[in-house]
Each structure stands twice: as structure tokens, then as C-alpha cells.
Design a protein around this ligand. Structure first.
Ligand code: SAH
Ligand code: SF4
Length: 393
């Protein structure tokens, strides 16, 4: 096998971040890409299924433990490839059991992931971008400028690292506390659709991590043109960050509404491919004191959503340093909830989790900074040099 062909594959699969210490990261490749990567080392395609199972079903990171592969094959794999994980810059546990990781990606960029355990299940809140290009006024992540999209590998690796730390391999393990995934961490997932879709397909694969589409919820601030595709291609549950009932207010607190106003957003919801009474859309509504929390707002909300199988999630506003809003009073939230409830909508009030470690909705922010074009060039050069110096290239 020539070095040139390996280099070609490495470049094709991989923006700078898909290699770790100069070796191609197998995490984040789809099956066809995995087969192609193995072919560069002369390893037969049928081995791809075995390796996939070791990686995604058993959670192995060490090729040496892949007992159905011959030793020379294992050695060759280890020489050229890696089964990657982010490193962990911080790992905090809240008094209520919520756990927040600050994951560091191979190029040094950081994102947060949050595990919210319940009695016999639990959700992992996964990030899709470093920062966010949108600037919703109530959101801490929105104050951090977008640094970059995460690659598919970096999205899948958040789930894999959380499973490592929760000791929940293999995928069939009983009573997993990482049973659900919510794409509600940092970033707008529908602005990074291709990577998010690729990652979710890997996560859903029943021979691998096997978290099914009914256990995955993608939350969007309302990127209307991508909503139908998301439903048709991925079939995951949809959550919409609605937060206001008039375009005037919504545009003020969520600038994306100027591009995709409420009427268009709700039409996209009505047409969401998997929508049914059994699979309702969740509408998230953050309770902002004296801004969107009146009884009239609650009644207008019911009217807006009429005809859409929906759940309404009332989220008490979580403050962050310098945030320009206050959370509604508890009685106001309950009154709002009662009105919505009487109209026949489930309207749970989401108990804030992990507030003491700034892990609650809208509190996530990493210290990663946006790089200038020059700085980014320099960073990419360093990564390329690192790769060139390592065994693979
Ligand atoms: N970008 C996507 C997903 C990430 S945000 C989206 O906006 O939907 C996850 C949820 O937290 C969204 O519903 C968001 O509106 C909400 N949120 C943001 N800031 C918040 C805050 N300070 N308090 C409570 N919820 C907040
Ligand atoms: Fe971005 Fe969502 Fe925060 Fe808005 S609420 S700034 S879309 S992460």
C-alpha cells in the first residue's frame, strides 16, 4: 500500500480535526468510508462490520483487544488509525446528579455536554457547534461567537466519552442512564445539518450505539428550510424554541425570526414528516418576567398551535452573569401552565437541573474564542505539520 493513497484517504475524510496525533480517527466515518479506510491498509471489507461493532457496540478504543482479528491486522490498525475521544478539560457533578463535561477536541476547541439522569433513564445534551452564530438575547451560548461547526466525529465522540465515563458499554447493557439524546447543547444543529445528520445516523445504528430515533430530540430555533429534511431523513423528535407569540417580540429576542417568522415556522411544523398524536412536537417556551409570561400570551399560544399535535415545555429562565432578563415568578409560571393545560396540552414545567454548575438550559458557554482568518491559518498549519510528522503520512 503506497503512502500516497493513505494520505489521499486521510485528506478526503478529514478536515484537520478528523485526525488525532496524525492518525485517522475511525470514529465519525460511515460504513462505506470505514471500508475505504481499511482498504488503504489492504484489510478486507468484511472486517469493517467487526470493527464497527467493537467501536460502537462494545466501546473499545484499543485495537489490541479486538479478539477476532489476527495480531498483525490489529497492529497495522493501531499504527495508522485511532478510535478517538475528546479529552476532558473539566468534569463537574451537580448536587442533583447532573454532570457537565467540558470536552476538548483535537484542535483545542472546547464544547460542553450535559448528562441529566433520572431514576431509570437519562438524557445526554449534546453540542453541535462551538458557540452559536445566532444571538438569542436570553441565551448564554449566544454571547459566544461561533468558532466553528463540529464535525460528525466530534458529535459522536461526545456520546461515546459520556458512555465511557458512565460505564455503560456495551450497547445492550440494562437500565442505561444514557438512554436518550437531546441536541440541545451549544449551537444550532440545523445550521450544521450535514455533520449532525451523519453523526445521528451513526448513533442510531442498531449494530452500534443503538439509541433509536424515538429517543433522540433535535431542538432548533427555527431554521425553516431544514426542518422537513430533518424529519424525512432522520425521523427524530423535533423541539422548537418558540418563546414568543408575536413576530414583534420574537424578532426582538430571537433575531432568526426576522428570516423565518412564526407563521412559516408553524407551517413547517404542520408538515413535519413524522408528526402524529403519538409523536408530538415539543414547543419550548422560556418564562421571562413581564416579557412573554402573561395570561394573554398563554391564550395566544394555544391559538397559534391549534391543529398541531404538541407538548409545551415551560422553561424557567436560567440566569447567567450579565443576563438581561429575570425569571417569571413561580405563580405566574403555574398560572400560564394551567391555561395551556386546560386547553388540552401537556405543559410540564421543566425543573432546572445542574444550575449550581451552570449546566442548565441556556447556560452553556466555553472559553473558546473565535479565531481571525490569520490565526485559523496558523492553527491549520500546525495541525498539518503535526500530521506530517506522524506515522501515517
Ligand atoms: N440552538 C438550539 C438548541 C440549543 S438551546 C435551540 O435554540 O433550540 C436549548 C434550549 O434552551 C432552547 O430551547 C433555548 O431556547 C433554551 N434556552 C436558551 N437560553 C436559555 C436560558 N437562559 N434559560 C432557559 N432556557 C434557555
Ligand atoms: Fe443559539 Fe439556541 Fe442559544 Fe439561540 S438559544 S443563541 S439558537 S444555542
Amino acid at each position: 500500500m503506497s503512502m500516497e493513497s493513505i494520505k489521499g484517504h486521510s485528506a478526503r475524510f478529514a478536515p484537520a480535526t478528523a485526525t488525532i496525533d496524525g492518525k485517522l480517527n475511525l470514529v465519525g466515518l460511515d460504513m462505506a468510508e470505514l471500508k475505504a479506510a481499511l482498504a488503504t491498509l489492504g484489510i478486507e471489507a468484511f472486517r469493517a462490520k467487526q470493527i464497527w461493532s467493537w467501536m460502537y457496540f462494545h466501546g473499545l478504543t484499543d485495537f489490541a483487544a479486538m479478539s477476532n482479528l489476527a495480531k498483525p491486522v490489529r497492529e497495522k490498525l493501531a499504527e495508522h488509525f485511532v478510535i478517538g475521544r475528546p479529552t476532558v478539560s473539566a468534569d463537574q457533578k451537580s448536587e442533583d446528579g447532573t454532570r457537565k463535561w467540558l470536552f476538548k477536541m483535537p484542535d483545542g476547541q472546547e464544547v460542553e455536554g450535559v448528562h441529566i439522569p433520572e431514576e431509570d433513564r437519562g438524557a445526554l445534551c449534546v453540542s453541535s457547534q462551538v458557540g452559536c452564530t445566532l444571538t438569542c438575547r436570553f441565551c448564554h451560548t449566544g454571547t459566544q461567537k461561533l468558532v466553528r461547526n463540529l464535525g460528525a466525529a466530534e458529535i459522536v465522540m461526545q456520546v461515546m466519552k459520556a458512555r465511557d465515563d458512565l460505564n455503560e458499554w456495551p450497547s445492550t447493557k440494562d437500565q442505561r442512564l444514557l438512554s436518550n439524546i437531546v441536541m440541545m447543547g451549544m449551537g444550532e444543529p440545523l445550521y450544521n445539518y450535514d455533520n449532525v445528520a451523519k453523526a445521528l445516523k451513526i448513533i442510531m445504528d442498531s449494530d452500534g450505539i443503538a439509541i433509536g430515533k424515538r429517543k433522540i430530540t433535535l431542538s432548533t430555533s427555527g431554521v425553516v428550510p431544514m426542518i422537513e429534511r430533518c424529519g424525512a431523513e432522520l425521523g427524530v423528535n423535533l423541539a422548537i424554541s418558540l418563546h414568543a407569540v408575536t413576530d414583534e417580540l420574537r424578532s426582538r429576542i430571537m433575531p432568526i425570526n426576522r428570516s423565518y417568522p412564526i407563521k412559516d415556522l408553524l407551517n413547517a411544523c404542520r408538515n413535519y414528516p413524522t408528526l402524529s398524536n403519538a409523536r408530538r412536537i415539543t414547543f419550548e417556551y422560556v418564562m421571562l418576567k413581564d416579557v412573554n409570561d402573561s395570561a394573554a400570551d398563554a391564550r395566544a399560544l394555544i391559538k397559534l398551535l391549534s391543529g398541531i399535535p404538541a407538548k409545551i415545555n415551560l422553561i424557567p429562565f436560567n440566569a447567567w452573569p450579565g443576563s438581561p432578563f429575570e425569571c417569571s415568578d413561580w405563580e405566574t409560571i403555574e398560572k400560564f401552565g394551567d391555561i395551556v393545560n386546560r386547553a388540552g396540552y401537556a405543559s410540564p414545567i421543566r425543573t432546572p437541573r445542574g444550575k449550581d454548575i451552570m449546566a442548565a438550559c441556556g447556560q452553556l458557554k466555553s472559553a473558546s474564542l473565535r479565531l481571525s482568518a490569520k490565526e485559523r491559518e496558523a492553527q491549520e498549519r500546525v495541525m498539518a505539520e503535526k500530521e506530517a510528522g506522524a506515522g501515517l503520512l
